[in-house]
Write a protein that binds this ligand. Sequence first.
Ligand code: 5GP
Length: 163
Amino acid sequence: APEREVLTWDLYGQGSRELAQAVADSGYVPDVVLGIARGGLIPAGSLAYALDCKNLFTISVEFYTGVDSRLDVPVMLPPFLDAHDLDESSVLVVDDVADTGRTLELVAQFCAGHAREMRTAVLYEKPHSVISCDYAWRRTDRWINFPWSTEPPVTGRSGVLDA
Ligand code: 5GP
């Protein structure tokens, strides 16, 4: 099996802190942290706390696989953020990983013309990403196991409360 990049909760705690430190050290002070659901929500929450930013927004983007197409197209899902809520703001867009970078590209287009300034922060950036992120904790070309999505969902199992 191909080797994977494994992010444990412990290492995540360190990595998210170092990512926030890189943003702070650069002098960028975001008015808004915008997390991309779902993978970017946990890093976005961590960065919002570490950067002492109370304006934490979310945007939902997922990849739809067309039935008759091999093309993967990222699409926004409701509830929709009003782009005017970003007017005049400096925005830090946060996701777990920039892989193809298409998700971040879509969100960057969404913010353009509204946010005064927009920068991107990810835990991981892959070499073929179409977006070059402003802040990336690590770079890899491997598949990443994130701590929040490594275990299968608990739904459908008999609950511990019933045991
Ligand atoms: P994109 O290709 O648009 O940059 O990434 C879209 C989304 O695919 C990411 O936000 C992430 O949720 C998921 N993804 C991409 N690469 C990986 C990976 O290596 N591991 C995991 N767990 N998810 C990934």
